[in-house]
Design a protein around this ligand. Structure first.
Ligand code: DLL
Length: 435
């Protein structure tokens, strides 16, 4: 039978869940109204007081929160409890300006461990497992998030942190790691490194991967699963909401279950800000309803996905979100055409000759956007014959153009020359933004 960490909440009938969410929302709104001046003002501007929020249906009355609001109140302005009650700080770097700072009370660390215990249990991990945590430890939430969850389920946690690939492989073999936790791009890199190291796969005990923190496609999943001979599970989260542990896949790999007794999701149209009906694609928004340190109401993630309320084959009733393959702010607009880097990744992984290691270089020359794709060729297809490489270049160009509708210049590069990432991968250089 499917193992479920918290059967009560993870399989709760939907109507009961809405009840729980409504009660918790009411409590959270009361706390932020009295403790966070920023929220009090925003609610007052809308003519709202805590008495107006009674059920989950009242959620849509509340104002949104954005990353900019966190920046404007840097570092601690949105915290809802005194600093004496905050026992941990994390931060996410972001692309511009100041980091976003998040704070946890002891209770919050408990919530985080709980949702991570659910995540790891759904991935198939338990007491007998050795979890190699190759997410970065530090201000990034990946390392410590997985760490507390791993300890909570009673697994043996190996807090190796990111990087130092040689050591990762040595410990993986010597310590008998059964679960690998890292970004999918680092997992792809480790798979390559294992092939090169001469380590025999049968000497490794690896069986599960818990990968997240960046978008990755189904094709990438299949590639990693094949190369590492493991089951690769997608996990999603963001620092502002708690870190990893917001949602997780189960063994059926058909959408990520959201821990919605703690984080209530909505999908909105990013332009009109209207809430969209179940199943429609839009921007994911979360309200935290159990957090004490930094409760956030209707936080706009910028991640694009859709929700599915059907009960999963695993028995969980928790609403599922689709794999996130793009963010509204990752989307490139090239000559008016929308392009997500994940579309390129998918094309490359469908071809035998190429690896998922690529770099998109976008520029503007004479007022016209240009798109250049640097692709690494699989070792065995890298040839000295110019004509063969030329044919391959044309083939990739054709595939990319027919999938995306954009003309592209393809540059083939030698195997292992595109920089590997030990954390989140960088796939795009947009020179238009640098000007
Ligand atoms: O990346 C938390 C995390 C750590 C999640 C380890 C999973 C595993 P941030 O650094 O704040 O937090 O980045 C959050 O990363 O808004 C998404 O755009 C992206 N992201 C996270 N997980 C996934 C995923 C952590 N599974 C931002 N698929 C989010 C796609 C993801 N994107």
């Amino acid at each position: 039978m499917t193992k479920i960490w918290n059967r009560h909440f993870e399989t709760m009938p939907r109507e009961q869940m809405r009840q729980v969410q409504g009660e918790r929302l009411r409590d959270t709104v009361e706390r932020i109204y009295y403790n966070v001046p920023y929220y009090r003002e925003k609610m007052q501007q809308k003519g709202l007081g805590p008495e107006h929020i009674n059920t989950i249906d009242d959620l849509k009355k509340l104002p949104f929160t954005t990353k900019q609001d966190l920046r404007d109140n840097y570092p601690y302005g949105l915290f809802a409890i005194p600093m004496t009650e905050i026992i941990r700080l994390h931060a996410s770097s972001g692309t511009t300006g100041r980091p976003t700072v998040v704070g946890y009370s002891r209770h919050d660390i408990g919530v985080w461990s709980e949702v991570m215990a659910r995540t790891l249990t759904a991935a198939g991990a338990g007491k007998d497992d050795f979890i190699q945590i190759a997410y970065g430890y530090g201000l990034f939430t990946g390392g410590l998030g997985l760490h507390y969850g791993g300890e909570k389920i009673g697994a043996s946690v190996i807090p190796i942190s990111g990087g130092n690939t040689k050591r990762q492989l040595q410990l993986m073999e010597d310590f008998g790691s059964t679960v690998l936790a890292c970004t999918p791009s680092y997992a792809a890199y480790l798979a390559e490194a294992i092939e090169e190291s001469g380590i025999q796969r049968e000497n490794l005990k690896l069986k599960i991967g818990v990968f997240g923190a960046e978008p990755w496609t189904e094709n990438m999943r299949r590639e990693i699963e094949k190369k590492l001979k493991i089951k690769a599970i997608d996990i999603y989260g963001l620092s502002e909401i708690i870190g990893p542990g917001v949602s997780f896949e189960c063994e059926h790999q058909c959408g990520l279950h959201i821990n919605e007794d703690h984080f209530i999701p909505e999908i909105i149209d990013p332009e009109t800000l209207e809430v969209l009906p179940e199943g429609e694609l839009g921007e994911l928004v979360f309200s935290t309803v159990t957090k004490e340190g930094l409760p956030l109401i209707r936080y706009r993630t910028r991640d694009l996905t859709r929700l599915n309320l059907e009960t999963c084959a695993c028995g969980r009733t928790l609403v599922r979100m689709n794999k996130c393959t793009g963010r509204s702010d990752d989307m490139l607009i090239i000559r008016g055409v929308n392009l997500f880097p994940s579309q390129i990744e998918s094309v490359l992984l469908e071809m035998d000759e190429t690896t998922p290691h690529y770099l998109l270089v976008v520029d503007r020359i004479d007022n016209l956007d240009t798109l250049e794709l640097h692709v690494e060729v699989e070792d065995r297809f890298y040839s000295d014959k110019i004509s063969e490489l030329q044919a391959l270049r044309m083939k990739i160009q054709h595939h990319v153009e027919s999938t995306t509708g954009l003309s592209v210049t393809v540059k083939l590069v030698e195997p292992k020359t595109i920089e590997r990432s030990e954390g989140k991968a960088k796939r795009v250089i947009d020179k238009r933004k640098l000007i």
